[in-house]
Design a protein around this ligand. Structure first.
Ligand code: ADP
Length: 277
């Protein structure tokens, strides 16, 4: 900084330390929150099962005894409350707003819990949506949380960028489908995390195969899996696969996902536990 600095960078061409130092845009969490780990769940495009993976992961972590929360950052397409069968309205006081609690104890905040009618569209521009996600972090009284899973909107737009910049994200989990793996979209999401210096902890391939309920043979409906190749290319240490399973749609559609018995995401849960250690 020069001695004549008037702190008006707009009228100065000097490349001083003040100008070049990275800005820390992280927001403080609510004073009634004690969130230990924040994990983003991202996908390249919609409909690949990102909300499903977020929900199954929350169920597995909660079952293992961890206090788990889901911040539904998919503001324009929120599906977490429906998957957990939550329909009421969250309560608030002068200190903030309380998350709603699912039947298995998972704490949840989502735009759909705040709308007059769950079917109402959220017709907002990017900065307003991004501001709402920030408020879910600053204004919600999350209480003690071991793992907060952030269900990100798909893609690499405004909102994922805001989440990466304003929440202390410890790592991300990429969700993809076999068809998407052959495209570049998922790699874009991965590269965005790298640019933000956030580690990719695992990649989950959803709808990877169909297992015959009679003979238990596996059928690769969408072709051979590409997930190991992609993980090796990007040095992602953990992969997991979820089959196409009619039970998934049934449990998710009836809001009873916590009752679905599964162990597909065990490698991811182990990776999260290791990260916390
Ligand atoms: P996203 O969050 O990526 O938009 P969702 O998790 O909402 O996608 O999943 C989209 C739909 O596909 C949901 O109705 C969900 O129940 C269904 N679905 C996702 N994965 C599977 C699967 N492996 N088997 C059967 N149905 C699935």
């Amino acid at each position: 900084m020069s001695e004549s600095c008037n702190h008006d960078c707009g009228s100065c061409a000097s490349n001083c330390a003040d100008r070049t130092a990275p800005l820390d845009l992280h927001e403080a969490q609510n004073e009634f929150s004690d969130v230990k780990k924040v994990i983003g769940v991202v996908s390249g495009k919609g409909g690949v099962g990102k909300s499903l993976v977020t929900s199954l992961l929350a169920c597995s972590l909660q079952e293992k005894g961890y206090d788990t929360a889901i911040l539904d950052a998919d503001i324009t397409g929120p599906s977490i409350p429906r998957i957990f069968g939550l329909y009421g309205k969250p309560l608030g006081n002068e200190n903030g707003i309380s998350p709603m609690i699912a039947d298995n104890g998972t704490r949840i905040m989502s735009m759909n819990l705040l709308l007059e009618n769950a079917g109402d569209p959220v017709v907002w521009r990017g900065p307003i949506i991004a501001g709402t996600v920030k408020q879910f972090w600053t204004d919600v009284m999350w209480g003690p949380v071991d793992y907060m899973l952030v269900d990100m909107p798909p893609g690499t737009g405004d909102v994922p960028l805001t989440v990466f910049q304003s929440l202390p994200v410890d790592g991300i989990i990429i969700v993809t489908s076999p068809q998407e793996l052959v495209s570049m979209i998922v790699e874009k999401a991965m590269n965005m995390a790298k640019m933000m210096d956030i580690p990719v902890l695992a990649i989950v391939e959803n709808m990877a195969y169909y297992e015959c309920p009679d003979c238990h043979s596996r059928h690769m409906i969408f072709g051979e899996s590409q997930v190991e190749k992609l993980a090796a290319k990007h040095q992602i240490p953990v992969t997991a696969q979820i089959p196409i399973d009619p039970r998934i749609a049934r449990f998710a559609d009836h809001g009873s996902i916590s009752q679905l018995e599964q162990n597909w995401l065990d490698p991811v849960v182990e990776a999260l536990e290791k990260k916390a250690e």
